[in-house]
Design a protein around this ligand. Sequence first.
Ligand SMILES: [Zn+2]
Length: 182
Amino acid sequence: MKTNHRSSPNRRPRTEGETIRLIVLHATYMAEDEDALQRLCDPATQVSCHYYLARDGAVTQLVPDAEVAWHAGVSRWTFPNGETLENLNPYSLGIEIGNAGPFGKLYPKGPPKELEQAPDWTQAEPFTEVQYSALATLLQGLMARHNLKLEAIVAHSAIAPGRKTDPGPHFDWVKLHALLLA
Ligand SMILES: [Zn+2]
């Protein structure tokens, strides 16, 4: 698939043993793709991701897979083999999906932290059809390249429960899995 490139300074090399075991899906909770891309490339924010998926389905790579992007933060995951890892940036790829959740009208640049947990999700911006199809194509490539199974694809909310809600309850996992298994 066609991939655009920008460079985020918010990254570091992976070191020995820091293999990619998860792909973490995020939503930006920002109203504009360009605002989100700038935030993810701003050294002052100390946040980034490997891939940005815009509302029109365009994919932009900000950090090479071989390097660590700063998207997961304080996080924890127990793998099917029972092993638990914390602070998952070194062991994951991060994909940010352009989507305002229910915050776009009130907080176009993102909600205050204390409001993220209990908004009215019925008001959330829908993810676009081209986002689902582009995401499936992107994920199929990444799963093949890094030898990952479907269970490696997780929500930010799953690795940081109580702290993060993204990509949000309006994200359609059934549709994504159907596209991936097609
Ligand atoms: Zn996130």
